[in-house]
Design a protein around this ligand. Structure first.
Ligand code: ADP
Length: 365
């Protein structure tokens, strides 16, 4: 006879989510735990479809159920574990009246200390990568001075559409995207005074009909200007991903970007090293810029390192052609991108869940 529902729940109370360091029952992740014929059926709801810990959680559940069966003199012939996913809302501000995007669960900014480090490339591939795992994803091209989305997403032939006073996002490559690049003449220099930059960004963010989203990825302008300030005041951010290349000068700029977000009260989800090394068609890896520099920077600043993305010709070609999904045709690139995407998803879960389990403190003034 297999273990009972109560025995299974006892077993699952011993299985920790490796990221959140709480057991699956306490976290409310166990949706079903029942005897099923000669075996058991367990349904676990993860905090993201891009969970990097799925295999480990599965192995831990199997071990805990078998141990419980031995301890209780029951038997399990088969353990059928099903995973579903529900991306949780970032924090209480998400539900508050002042939040202009209540249907968006997690908002992740992608920033960089300076231009040309691959910030937009990373933002596009983060969005598309999360969508490939099954999440509902939006991409806001907030780089209002130099929008890249029209090219990188191949929006040239697609017209803009609106419903009432709301813009409809472009539905491409499994995501919903919006960019100022499709609303203004693309060859014109985009010069915005401070208040105009604020207004343009705000309109793009809040007057787009995003619908229900698990993640909204916001590609910010490089550096430490007006837009990050507007963003952090306007929307409840889950955190920021900092893109950095390995060179010392890039690290210095990235450090400034990190400090800016911290000053704005935005969590840093971590640092990703782009152009980490050159991956040649001969299969060899060439260290051009001092591979690992951004990782060391992340370590010294006490920030999570989210992964390394190599320089690969296909990545540049697919960006220029507006075909980001083709990046997953190269297994080496696919592996690097998926690792990065999963790490971001996991840090987002930690940031939002972690906060929920922080004991409230009483402040006396
Ligand atoms: P940023 O947004 O930081 O200004 P972009 O994302 O626009 O940078 O990237 C600059 C250029 O470098 C683009 O042509 C892009 O295709 C290319 N690029 C970025 N990252 C890589 C990479 N890892 N491998 C090859 N090309 C890359």
């Amino acid at each position: 006879m297999p273990p009972t529902n109560a025995q299974l729940l006892e077993a699952l109370r011993t299985v920790l989510d490796p990221d959140l360091q709480k057991d699956l029952v306490t976290l409310g992740m166990v949706k079903e735990a029942i005897p099923d014929g000669h075996g058991v059926k367990i349904v676990v709801e993860l905090t993201t479809p891009a969970c990097p810990m799925k295999d480990r959680i599965r192995a831990d559940i199997e071990a805990a159920v078998r141990a419980k069966a031995t301890a209780t003199g029951t038997s399990v012939e088969s353990i059928n574990i099903e995973f579903t996913a529900d991306v949780r809302s970032a924090n209480e501000r998400v539900r508050s009246d002042s939040n202009p995007l209540p249907n968006v669960r997690q908002i992740v900014a992608v920033g960089a200390g300076k231009g040309g480090v691959g910030k937009s490339t990373v933002a596009v591939n983060l969005a598309v990568g999360l969508a490939r795992f099954g999440a509902r994803v939006g991409l806001l091209d907030g780089d209002i001075y130099g929008p890249s989305a029209p090219t990188m997403l191949g929006l040239d032939q697609i017209g803009t559409a609106a419903r009432g006073n709301m813009l409809l996002p472009f539905e491409v490559h499994g995501i919903r995207a919006m960019t100022i690049g499709k609303l203004v003449d693309s060859d014109k220099a985009l010069i915005w005074r401070g208040p105009m930059a604020h207004g343009a960004f705000k309109q793009l963010a809040t007057q787009t009909e995003w619908g229900e989203l698990d993640y909204l990825i916001v590609d910010l302008p490089p550096g430490t200007g007006d837009v990050p300030l507007t963003l952090s005041q306007l929307l409840p951010l889950s955190g920021a991903v900092i893109v950095c290349t390995p060179q010392q000068v890039a690290q210095d700029d990235a450090r400034r970007a990190v400090r800016m977000f911290q000053q704005l009260g935005v969590d840093i989800l971590g640092v990703v090293e782009n152009m980490s090394f050159f991956l040649g068609d001969d299969g060899r890896e060439y260290d051009l810029f001092g591979r690992g520099g951004a990782e060391v920077m992340a370590q010294t600043m006490g920030l999570p390192f989210l992964g390394s993305i190599p320089i690969i010709m296909a990545l540049r070609a697919n960006s220029d052609a507006g075909t980001p999904l083709r990046n997953w045709e190269d297994p080496r690139l696919a592996t690097a991108l998926d690792r990065f995407v999963k790490n971001v998803a996991s840090q987002v879960s930690i940031a939002s869940f972690g906060n929920r389990f922080v004991q409230p403190t009483l402040s006396v003034s």
